[in-house]
Design a protein around this ligand. Structure first.
Ligand code: SF4
Ligand code: SF4
Length: 184
């Protein structure tokens, strides 16, 4: 007899592109919520959500930042939507070396949507400000996977993983050790 799959409820952001009007409130509020200190500035270049805009067809597609990809893009797909061609890159959520999207402009570090978990909000900031209802916070049943694998990576882990991939663990560890010595 096969073991019954363990399920759990997760909350995720549902995107209805037909309701998005390109107001960019989501980009501005996300960048404000993740400013240091929170709400001290607004800069959409720091947002973890980007709205892909095609004014000729009135098409707006909000994309939330996903994982950092170390390699250059190798996408070779073209999408045709209502007669207009889009590259695979257009809707890709990755922060990667092939473009600036989802890269913190001052530090060059990748940014990733953390579902606003660091902010203790009832709903993610981008959902709260999306008055046309293009973004909604919904529940979905998913299979339970290994706890370590399922653990969401916070901003610190993402930044450190990026630095380790770029400079190597030894270099990063030595730099942190130097900084600790200086600060003590
Ligand atoms: S706030 Fe909503 S309607 Fe405005 S750009 Fe973002 S997703 Fe689209
Ligand atoms: S859920 Fe939070 S971190 Fe993610 S895009 Fe929306 S506002 Fe930004």
């Amino acid at each position: 007899m096969t073991e019954a799959k363990k399920m759990k409820t997760i909350k995720e952001i549902r995107v209805d592109v037909n309701k998005c009007n390109g107001c960019l409130s989501c980009e501005m509020s996300c960048s404000a919520a993740h400013a240091m200190p929170p709400y001290s500035s607004v800069n959409p270049a720091r947002s973890r959500i980007a709205v892909i805009i095609d004014e000729t067809t009135d098409a707006y597609v909000p994309i939330r930042a996903g994982d950092y990809a170390q390699a250059e893009c190798s996408g070779r797909n073209l999408y045709v939507i209502e007669g207009k061609e889009y590259t695979e890159c257009s809707f890709c959520p990755a922060s990667c070396p092939s473009r600036d999207r989802f890269t913190e402009p001052d530090s060059g570090l990748p940014v990733k949507c953390d579902m606003c978990e660091s902010l203790s909000l009832d709903e993610p900031m981008c959902v709260q400000v999306c008055h046309p209802g293009a973004l909604s916070y919904v529940e979905r049943q998913v299979e339970v996977v290994d706890a370590a694998e399922a653990k969401p990576h916070g901003e610190k882990e993402i930044g450190l993983e990026y630095l380790v991939k770029r400079y190597g663990l030894k270099d990063v560890a030595e730099t942190v050790a130097r900084m600790l010595k200086k600060a003590s």
